[in-house]
Design a protein around this ligand. Sequence first.
Ligand SMILES: Nc1ncnc2c1ncn2[C@@H]1O[C@H](COP(=O)(O)OP(=O)(O)OP(=O)(O)O)[C@@H](O)[C@H]1O
Ligand SMILES: [Mg+2]
Length: 411
Amino acid sequence: MRLRGNVAIDLGTVNTLVWVAGRGLVLEEPSAIAIDTSAGSVAAVGSAADALADKEPQDIEVLHPLRDGVIADLDATAAMLHAFLRRARRHNGPLRPNALVCVPSGATDVERRSVLAALSVRRPRYNVRLIDEPVAAAAGAGFDLGSGSGGFIVDIGGGTTEVAVVAGWRVARAVSLRKAGNSMDEAIIALARNELGLILSQRAARELKMTLGLNSGDPSQTQRVETVGIDAATRTPRAERVSGWLVAAAIEPVVSAIAEQVLEILSAIPAGLAEDVVRGKIRLAGGGALLPGLPERIEKVAGIGTVVADDPLRCVVRGAAEILERKQTPGPGPRLLFLRCVFLRAKATLARGRLGATPGIAAPLGRQPARRSLSLADYSSGWRAIAAGSRPASSQPPMTDIAGKPTRMSR
Ligand SMILES: Nc1ncnc2c1ncn2[C@@H]1O[C@H](COP(=O)(O)OP(=O)(O)OP(=O)(O)O)[C@@H](O)[C@H]1O
Ligand SMILES: [Mg+2]
């Protein structure tokens, strides 16, 4: 029997994935929540909520609570995660479970704290730890980080593109670009409106991007895909065959920005990692890795072999799961468990006696108050102590680098 229901969570701008120890990947849903504004309740989460986006049903507001890889709406994220975790974890072990959550390498202290808050508000039992997304992506992309070797990873998600060189579970050089799949969709929507007078939904733009990508950048090529939008002049639905050239032209600035960051990180790698990078190739992860023509483009710019990681959309959660598994130690034996129970019971009784019926303090054994204020101390529990600047032992995967020394955020 597992004593802890540990989970690895890839909380992405577009998709959220949950992996549960012993059960594997149990949830893969769009990061979306639909609110019934008349009842003030949650109407749907995940794909059911995402399916309502841009359709404006009465009294329903569809929220995508993450933007650029970080939480933009804390309450909505907390409600969404609560629903996902309830769906994902049916059996709680007796011990407090660990939740390992991936965050962009360039996320600020406040942005990291909001992830802790989102999980703690509704799920106070979780022991939440954070990990930089590129490290998880590199592990999921098959780099052997445990042996101390390095690798070059580009994780192109919906809100952020993480370009990083990692070595031995740590980020050596990284940049987090707040441009990725969503920026490409927005660029297609803008160009279709300007050039064709057609208002597209994000779903329609996304489909054009996924089908045409960069492959039809040559105006002489005539690959076209039919889409349906709203005519900007008449405000009525109109079908249009959109050319590959228009799509490639729209997404070109985002692709160029990604290629530029790849070159920048390549030109800054330590000499000791050069061989690992060339032999291991540049590996592309995240949904954006599937953009037609992107691997060839990166390879051409970088002059280094470039491959798409296996199952790129699940790469990050797979890597996070691997890290979580590595950290797992056998649970305490029955004797230790008994002693722990006695200790906790004594502590609770003492606190009750000292503080009377203070809510929260008098909560049942081992539980925390439902709501508690967050402080930097929240980060320092468990495997790491960010606030104090202390670092985990080098053999252990670090749970984030809040100082973000080698990393930076580029907008
Ligand atoms: N075949 C494809 N071609 C191009 N883009 C794709 C394809 N499949 C998915 N995408 C894009 O990948 C993005 C989603 O990828 P992913 O799930 O890795 O992002 P995320 O983890 O939610 O975002 P982030 O890591 O930035 O927070 C979307 O923008 C989606 O349009
Ligand atoms: Mg991601």
